[in-house]
Design a protein. Structure first.
Length: 194
């Protein structure tokens, strides 16, 4: 899908430059060593293939916290495979995608057969409340080449729409608790709490 490819390329260019400004206008800094890294693939990328989209189940659910969604990604295949270490999360027809926290370059995350990876995404930073837009859906994609899965605002317990401004997502993590912990370290705009 051309739109996803453009968004992924834009996000990759932003991450590569890491100049301190996010695509949504909020300042961003690199993460501290206290954040648990999302375990990049241990095996060389040439040894493993990208996960086929039909071998994955992508889920999004409300977290119980305002403007925070929990994401999960399960590999149903019989082999380990690779996904992008950052979930690609887009909101309605808005330009751009959620900025990863901690900021990271493009690399792969190894997802073993039958295993589930977790991430958390905050759609609204406290400072962006007055600038927020409302959208009717969010799309979550494991690899930029995939079409992704669309979740309506109503299915995420937001029948009036998902409010979004300066969204931030964690990297894929092995547990939900680690994803929650990584998101708690951000203020919603890719910046560490001080």
């Amino acid at each position: 899908m051309p739109t996803r490819t453009v968004l992924a390329a834009s996000a990759a260019a932003l991450l590569a430059s890491a100049t301190g400004a996010s695509a949504t206008g909020a300042s961003a800094t690199a993460a501290s060593a206290d954040i648990r890294p999302a375990h990049p693939a241990a095996a060389p990328a040439a040894a493993l293939k990208l996960c086929a989209e039909n071998a994955l189940t992508v889920k999004a659910a409300p977290s119980g916290q305002d403007h925070v969604l929990r994401l999960s990604l399960k590999n149903h295949s019989s082999r380990a495979c690779l996904v992008d270490r950052v979930p690609l999360v887009t909101y309605g027809d808005l330009d751009g995608a959620a900025v990863p926290f901690p900021l990271s370059g493009s690399s792969a995350y190894k997802l073993d057969a039958g295993k589930t990876a977790h991430a958390a995404v905050r759609s609204l930073s406290a400072s962006g409340d007055s600038d927020a837009r409302s959208v009717g859906y969010v799309v979550v994609t494991a690899n930029p080449e995939h079409h992704g899965k669309k979740f309506t605002a109503a299915s995420l317990s937001e029948p009036g729409g998902l409010r979004v401004w300066s969204p931030v997502t964690t990297l894929w993590q092995p547990t939900r608790a680690q994803a929650d912990e990584a998101l708690a370290e951000s203020d919603g705009a890719g910046v560490l709490k001080v």
